[in-house]
Design a protein around this ligand. Structure first.
Ligand code: A3P
Length: 312
């Protein structure tokens, strides 16, 4: 199937290897059917393909591009909606949904982009990526004129949200393992997008760069207005009280879940993004023993990094 015909059919389709993996030979299947491929040493979903990844690394970047980057389930869609509205004076790109407004260049699934599509796309463009720093969209961020926004969330909420999102799905090979097996895969860096600690810290170490902005999901939840001001400053947007109030209203969980722009109805099988939207829902899954075990790993891996999260 050509890229064009896959693109036309992709929006309403569930993920299928034959349509979206592009190369079948390098797909791997782990325990409980978990499907993935390895790119640059990192576990990736089958729809992140070598050729699209290569395109994402070699893009013609513009100075007003924004690249939103995260580990999955960290609030990517939320912060992307905020960035888009800052880029568009409180509005959104005409005739588009949130998903279609975000250029996921490395992905062959849902609104796949060709180089020509991206060259034609009007500025300011918003790119989305779940890559660690060494695989950043656009190439080496130190040499790129665009801005990178990295959103991170406490890993206990991430791994629970990820379990709800990905277990049993076609792009994960209908993974059928238990919650405790999933948690172990997360700790071992075997989930798609790789090791959470490595991912987050790879960006945290560059958070002081002029073109990198690091934001935490928990701060967005607890202090939205201050975080919005910080983000607007980073993006050089003049944030009036009116604009801030409008963005706060349009990007709150309840609004995003119910709004046809942002409800992700067009994301097919990927579209169940709005679950709880709170800090601390990990408590519904972690046993006391798992929580203590994870806390010890967290302390060891985060020690001396200067980065910490709140968990409730
Ligand atoms: P939960 O599964 O814990 O509810 P991503 O966009 O990176 O896939 O992240 C999805 C997570 O962000 C989900 O977490 C989702 O509910 C939460 N989320 C999405 N929009 C949100 C919003 N406006 N406010 C708070 N949380 C939001």
């Amino acid at each position: 199937m050509t890229t064009e015909s896959a693109a036309q059919g992709a929006i309403q389709q569930d993920y299928r290897d034959e349509l979206h993996a592009e190369i079948l030979e390098d797909l791997r299947v782990g325990e409980f059917g978990y499907k993935y491929r390895i790119l640059d040493g990192v576990v990736m979903p089958p729809y992140i393909t070598p050729s699209r990844y290569a395109l994402s690394r070699s893009l013609d970047i513009r100075s007003d591009d924004v690249v939103c980057t995260s580990y999955p389930k960290s609030g990517t869609n939320w912060i992307s909606n905020v960035i888009l509205r800052l880029q568009h004076g409180g509005g959104v790109p005409e005739g588009k949904t949130l998903r279609d407004s975000m250029h996921w260049v490395a992905s062959s699934y849902l609104y796949p982009r060709t180089k020509e599509d991206l060259d034609k796309a009007p500025s300011p463009r918003l790119f989305s990526s779940h890559m660690p720093y060494h695989m950043a969209l656009g190439g080496d961020p130190r040499e790129r004129p665009c801005r990178y926004v990295y959103v991170a969330r406490n890993p206990k909420d991430v791994v629970v949200s990820y379990f709800h999102f990905e277990a049993g799905q076609s792009w994960s090979g209908h993974y059928s393992g238990s919650w405790s097996h999933w948690l172990q895969m997360f700790v071992d860096g075997k989930l798609q997008r790789g090791d959470w600690f490595h991912h987050v810290l790879s960006w945290w170490r560059r958070a002081e760069a002029d073109n990198v902005h690091f934001v935490k999901y928990e701060d967005l939840t607890n202090d939205f207005h201050d975080e919005l001001k910080r983000l607007a400053r980073f993006l050089d947007v003049d944030l009036t009280d009116e604009l801030a109030a409008s963005i706060a209203e349009q990007t709150q969980f309840r609004t995003m879940k119910g709004d046809t722009f942002s409800d992700l109805h067009d994301a097919g099988e990927l579209g169940h993004f709005y679950r709880k939207g709170v800090v601390g829902s990990w408590k519904e899954r972690f046993t006391v023993h798992q929580s203590e075990w994870f806390d010890e790993i967290y302390r060891t891996r985060m020690s001396g990094t200067g980065l910490d999260f709140v968990f409730e």
